[in-house]
Design a protein around this ligand. Structure first.
Ligand code: FES
Length: 136
């Protein structure tokens, strides 16, 4: 039987920030082919900071709790600080994960990094469009 920490159970039973975000500034998704679980993270950015974050997750207890904890760790952080969040940070904040569930923590961090990457790409594209229209 897999034993989870009380924190994991709490985030699994009451996931934080679990909803879609139609007006998100960016999003990032990951899927784990080994188990079929998937996660999409949405972010809203204000003054280079993660102003709001949410996600939709399909997966196991570890995936749900890790997504929830990743969103809590990233909320309010600058993009640079959020990019520095590691799988170990998530596992530690969850009070540990069983060895067979460590890979679940990769999903939250992976999707968060993709969402931030997506935000930078969009910002760069907007800048190019702005410069192009300005020089015409
Ligand atoms: Fe695959 Fe949890 S078992 S993410």
């Amino acid at each position: 039987m897999i034993m989870y920490s009380d924190i994991v159970i709490d985030h699994f039973m009451s996931p934080r920030n679990a909803h879609t975000m139609p007006d998100a500034d960016a999003e990032g998704s990951v899927g784990d082919p080994s188990c079929g679980d998937c996660l999409v993270i949405y972010i809203k950015v204000k003054d280079d900071r993660i102003h709001d974050i949410s996600y939709l997750v399909f997966g196991c207890c570890g995936a749900i709790a890790s997504s929830s904890m990743t969103s809590e760790l990233a909320k309010g952080k600058t993009l640079e600080e959020a990019l520095a969040i590691t799988e170990d940070d998530v596992v530690l904040a969850l009070g540990g994960l069983p060895e067979s569930k460590i890979h679940c923590s990769l999903m939250g961090v992976g999707a968060l990094r993709k969402a931030i990457g997506n935000y930078y790409e969009q910002a760069q594209r907007k800048e190019i469009i702005h410069e192009t229209s300005y020089t015409r």
